[in-house]
Design a binder for this molecule. Structure first.
Ligand code: HEM
Length: 526
């Protein structure tokens, strides 16, 4: 009876409601198709590629050229770039960075941009986890002076396990080594020492997850990307690549469970706490950090959550650090004189510091620092930086309206090849920043001198990002890379494989650049 009455009154209301529904629909259609597009005044790069497949191919193989073309033409303004998935990617001149960095996260969002590009709706990889940058900034970076000797010890151990067994038994012979794959394990071990402690960082289950998670995330991301967007909500969950990520998360949780339980037991007994990222994350969580912010509404203290955070930090840290180090090794292998220059510097600094890699020794390695910064300038990992999703419409100081829903980015690679920012930008000059710092210091320009450091972020050096989300792990990465390179140049001579005369060429894949992972480098003990 009640149902019949309800149906009756609903049908009586229908004539009143229908016009409103029609009006809302008409407004939505107008907004979607006929409202003036605030971006229509912006030039577009890559417009000549018609159809999804041509656009995809162009972006996959020529993204670097497209960004360079746009930046050369519209250096001080904005342009749009055609990408396979989005029509509203706006490439912004770095001159707007100072105003952009002041905008809050609910206007331009780092996390939402990652959600889009990594398809986190389906891959469920952890984003929106301020507990990670928070813990890196408040616990990891301040602990570096204490941690440096441990890192240095771990570098030695990792080298003895990963490189030494591959060396020829005759000291005068050269041995070919696929250094990229070896560096992945070395970086995972050295980082792991600080992320989960000295024993577990050698456990193959940890190493497999630390190295393999990033690869699996990229595979899952590509699998979702290949799927028609309309089908994704129903079918993306069933992709084998996506299911593999869920399995990795379960494995990581099972691996960590006894470790977390043992640490909680220690805490209960009042024993001394461990001093690593896992413990700091547990402590931050106890203080309510994660509970406040956790995206999935999970209790941060659960082992599952801690496992997700460990996977997330591996994702952020291991491959990035390895790629930069591999780029550096390829440049060294092609340039014996550069090896000698760095060897001389490192030897003399270590002599002054009684052979210890402490903070002041690392800071004194200014040529090595300059070489690393030039490596990242010349071989940035991405064509773009400061990738942010616009969550609320805003206007730039030049009046340009940037609508909600668009994505903004800064053309990092093109900026790093701008002759106004860098004289002779197409020349790889390992001592570029060393000389710049010296000149600035002589002129009393302290700020300019500081901006030449590897870890400094500025509008011309964006490989670590910019603003409040600029990479918090860069101080740790800088120390780790310097120690690895120092060990390499102090122990080995490096060279290219027979038949190669020039530094190995990079691989450009869409908006990313990686050192060719198939190449070997020749090693001979000094
Ligand atoms: C040379 C190696 C590295 C490179 C090139 C690199 C690069 C970057 C870049 C470009 C960003 C985004 C910044 C932005 O958009 O403004 C970022 C963010 C981040 N990086 Fe790194 N990174 C490196 C190493 C590390 C390491 C070793 C860690 C951890 C110890 C780490 C942890 C993070 C985290 C947690 C974020 C997110 C920051 C946030 O949410 O605010 N990174 N990194």
């Amino acid at each position: 009876m009640a149902l019949t009455q309800l149906a009756h009154s609903a049908s009586a209301l229908l004539p009143l409601v229908l016009p409103s529904i029609a009006a809302i629909l008409a407004f939505a259609i107008f907004q979607r198709y006929f409202a003036p597009n605030p971006l229509s005044n912006l030039p577009i790069v890559g417009e000549e590629y018609h159809g999804y497949e041509k656009k995809r191919q162009a972006y996959l193989t020529k993204a670097k050229d497209l960004y360079l073309e746009g930046y050369t033409k519209f250096k001080h303004g904005l342009f749009r770039i055609v990408t396979p998935n989005a029509n509203s990617v706006i490439v912004v001149s770095p001159r707007f960075l100072d105003e952009l960095k002041k905008l809050p996260d609910d206007v331009v969002s780092f996390d939402a941009a990652n959600d889009d590009s990594m398809h986190t709706k389906y891959t469920l990889i952890p984003t929106h986890e301020p507990i990670l940058p928070h813990t890196i900034k408040t616990s990891l970076t301040p602990s570096l002076p204490r941690l440096n000797p441990q890192l240095s010890e771990e570098v030695q151990i990792a080298f003895s396990q990963e490189i030494a067994p591959l060396m020829s038994s005759s000291p005068s012979d050269w041995a070919p080594i696929n250094i990229n794959s070896k560096l992945l394990r070395i970086v995972a071990k050295v980082s792991g020492r600080v992320f989960i402690g000295p024993e577990l960082c050698h456990d193959e289950r940890y190493l497999e997850a630390a190295v393999g998670y990033t690869v699996s995330v990229m595979e899952a991301q590509r699998a979702v990307e290949r799927m028609n967007p309309w089908v994704r909500p129903i079918a993306a969950w069933r992709l084998k690549e996506v299911r593999k990520l869920a399995q990795m998360e379960r494995d990581a949780t099972a691996f960590l469970r006894p470790v977390v339980e043992a640490r909680r037991e220690k805490q209960r007994k009042g024993e001394e706490k461990d001093n690593d990222m896992l413990q700091w994350l547990m402590d931050s969580a106890d203080q309510g950090q994660g509970k406040q912010h956790g995206k999935w509404g999970e209790d941060t203290t659960t082992t599952r959550k801690l496992a997700r955070l460990q996977l997330a930090i591996s994702f952020a840290a291991i491959h990035t650090t390895t790629l930069v180090t591999t780029h550096a090794v390829y440049s060294l292998a092609a340039d014996p004189k550069l090896q000698a220059t760095l060897r001389e510097e490192i030897q003399s600094v270590l002599q002054e510091h009684k052979g210890v890699f402490n903070t002041s020794a690392l800071q004194a390695m200014k040529k090595t620092d300059s070489f690393l910064k030039e490596t990242m300038r010349f071989h940035p990992l991405g064509q773009t930086s400061f990738n942010r999703k616009v969550l609320r419409t805003f206007a730039l100081s030049n009046g340009q309206v940037i609508p909600k829903g668009s994505t903004i980015e800064v053309p990092n690679y093109a900026v790093s090849r701008d002759p106004e920012a860098y004289p002779n930008p197409d020349v790889f000059d390992p001592l570029r920043f060393y000389n710049l710092r010296n000149e600035a210091r002589e002129k009393g320009e302290a700020e300019q001198a500081a901006s030449g450091q590897f870890v400094s972020v500025n509008k011309e050096f964006l490989t670590f990002g910019y603003g409040r989300h600029a990479c918090p792990g860069r101080f740790f990465a800088a120390n780790e890379i310097k120690m690895i390179l120092a060990n390499l140049v102090m122990t080995y001579e490096m060279g290219l494989v027979e038949g190669e005369t020039e530094r190995y060429r990079d691989w450009d894949i869409a908006a990313g650049t990686i050192p060719d992972p198939t190449k070997d480098v020749m090693f001979r003990k000094l």
